[in-house]
Design a protein around this ligand. Structure first.
Ligand SMILES: Cc1cn([C@H]2C[C@H](O)[C@@H](COP(=O)(O)OP(=O)(O)O[C@H]3O[C@@H](C)C(=O)[C@@H](O)[C@H]3O)O2)c(=O)[nH]c1=O
Length: 186
């Protein structure tokens, strides 16, 4: 397993090993032991799986507030996504900034999103399936959003706003400037 810190170093790309042979492949897609050895210790309690039929589907930007904040470990088993993490930790030197990474079944890479980040993705291929582990249970009362195309975020989404496929909920989230101080940087 390789780990690479992104420009906001709390967000990491994980590359699990993949052993191919004549049958296909084998891969440890998550190992608590390997994570702990790298100083990453999370208590993942729920696994999520989503399918987006059309490329240009955007989900996000989402986060859960405390005490239901979630670390997310995201991977793709079919297709590809552009994954985006926005730092919404008040007092953080990178508050309001984001990192993005292409995560795909072909690359077999993963992205680790810490608590205090709004998370979103845009699918790049048809029938893209995303799997992710989260470190806290779903809580609808704590499930919040940030507007995906808030100009203050400056996210270079790979789809035009007119063509993006979004849930009704995701069209209505507040902009960064209107977000309460849900998280504070340690
Ligand atoms: C997120 C979630 C949703 N649901 C239900 C609520 C709703 O009826 C249905 C679809 O929910 P959503 O529209 O919120 O699904 P989606 O837009 O895919 O939400 C996800 O987006 C990505 C970007 C994330 O980061 C995730 O944490 C999650 O927020 O599934 C659960 O039962 N458990 C969950 O953990």
């Amino acid at each position: 397993m390789e780990i690479e810190a992104l420009a906001i170093p709390d967000v990491k790309i994980i590359r699990p090993r993949k052993f191919g042979d004549h049958r296909g492949f084998f891969s440890e897609t998550y190992s608590r032991r390997a994570f702990q050895a790298a100083g990453l210790d999370f208590d993942f309690v729920q696994d999520n799986h989503s399918l987006s039929a059309e490329p240009g589907t955007i989900r996000g930007l989402h986060f859960q507030t405390e005490p239901f904040g979630q670390v997310k470990l995201v991977r793709v088993v079919r297709g590809a996504i552009l994954d985006v993490a926005v730092d919404i930790r008040r007092g953080s030197p990178t508050y309001g900034r984001h990192v993005s990474a292409r995560i795909s079944a072909a690359d077999w890479n993963q992205i680790l999103i810490p608590i205090g980040f709004a998370h979103g993705l845009c699918t790049l291929e048809p029938d893209t399936e995303v799997l992710y582990k989260v470190s806290n249970f779903y809580s609808p009362e704590h499930d919040k959003g940030l507007l995906w195309n808030d100009p203050d975020l400056g996210i270079d989404w790979p789809v035009a706003a007119a063509e993006a496929r979004l849930s009704d909920k995701d069209k209505l989230h507040p902009r960064l400037a209107d977000l309460p101080d849900w998280f504070h940087h340690a």
